[in-house]
Design a binder for this molecule. Structure first.
Ligand code: FE2
Length: 352
């Protein structure tokens, strides 16, 4: 944030001492365009893997989860990966349970490694497999358990910085380790996991998707079906995960997207208001952000601040798939959405 210019005469001393500033002293904060303090940052899987391995012996799963929070280097010790989103890498070893709690920030999980562990949401076990998206919406009790023989790793995504900025954070531990399982396993998928076919007798519609599991199998099937369409020149074959009853975003504060960038494809540069965090699900590529290249491969996590000019390219031999979380639902609801494509140089940035 641009610090105010402090004028030092008697009048200005009077207003400063009494918690006032002249608009002329802070005018530089009304910037011609967004200037986020968050910066682009790439966490490589080679590093995350080391952290994941060491975390298994370094920290137990106690009352808190074994979740390494990705702090944006530009945001100086704030619990934030971008100005509105926090991403983390969470690890659950065989036999472990992460105790049930609930909080007003909403969360998603994108499963990076391991199959068969579960997240329980309000008494429903949701079995998680690699590439699955699992929702734990605002204020719903949730715990995680791993009854398999392998360690599981997932990316958490939450709207914590936004909830914090709005002073809306509530948190509560459940009185026991787990909420009793009272609902069928993967019950939300059985009820709502049929695309645009929604049960008519379920008349209650909330802003939160009632579908808690978006399976990788369905996701890749959709991507495969659309692979040969033009797609977006900026995003490739990009799909938004949607609320099965409304077609809107999965959560009111946080959207999820998956995009396929075909082998050899180089997308064009654009900037949008709102931030995102990408997790590489498959393949290799390069994202150029504000002229700087970030080379990524499977398991890497990339923070993209608001209004940063960005373009993705596939630099490998197979199709690349990026999963991402974004704050577009908030930006659009508030009327702040803008986008601007790079017109010059064929829509590609010069690398600085
Ligand atoms: Fe949680």
């Amino acid at each position: 944030m641009n610090a105010p210019i402090r004028h030092a005469d008697a009048f200005h001393k009077l207003i400063h001492e009494n918690h006032m500033y002249g608009l002329w002293e802070i005018a530089s904060q009304m910037t011609p365009q967004p200037r986020p303090e968050a910066i682009p940052h790439l966490w490589k899987w080679s590093l995350l893997e080391r952290v994941v391995e060491q975390s298994c012996t370094a920290v137990p799963v106690g009352d808190e989860r074994r979740a390494m929070q990705l702090f944006n280097p530009g945001l100086k010790d704030q619990w934030a990966t971008t100005s509105t989103l926090i991403a983390a890498v969470q690890v659950l070893m065989p036999g472990e349970v992460a105790r049930s709690h609930r909080h007003s920030p909403s969360a998603i999980r994108f499963i990076m490694k391991g199959n068969g562990a579960y997240t329980a949401v309000e008494g429903e076990k949701v079995v998680m497999r690699e590439g699955d998206l699992v929702l734990t919406p605002s204020w719903q009790w949730h715990d995680h358990g791993n009854e398999t023989g392998e360690t599981v790793v997932w990316m958490d995504g939450l709207d914590v910085p936004l909830a914090k900025a709005l002073d809306c954070i509530f948190f509560e531990m459940y009185r026991e380790r787990q909420v009793p399982a009272t609902k069928p396993v993967n019950g939300s998928q059985a009820m709502y996991g049929h695309g645009r076919l929604s049960p008519t007798w379920m008349t209650q519609v909330s802003k939160i998707s009632p579908l808690l599991l978006y399976s990788w199998e369905q996701t890749t099937e959709a991507l495969r079906a659309l692979r040969d369409r033009d797609g977006s020149p900026y995003e490739g074959v990009a799909l938004e995960y949607t609320h099965p009853q409304t077609g809107g975003p999965v959560l009111p504060t946080l959207g999820c997207r998956v995009q396929l960038i075909r082998a050899g494809e180089r997308l064009r540069a654009r900037r949008v208001t709102g931030s995102a965090v990408f997790c590489v699900a498959q393949g290799k590529g390069r994202t150029v952000i504000d002229g700087r290249p970030y080379d990524w491969s499977k398991g890497d996590i990339l923070a993209l601040p608001s209004w940063a000019l960005h373009e993705h390219a596939n630099t490998g031999k197979e199709d690349a798939i990026l999963f991402s979380i974004h704050d577009r639902p908030v930006i659009e609801a508030l009327g702040f959405y803008r986008e601007e494509a790079l017109a010059e140089n064929g829509g590609h940035q010069h690398i600085s």
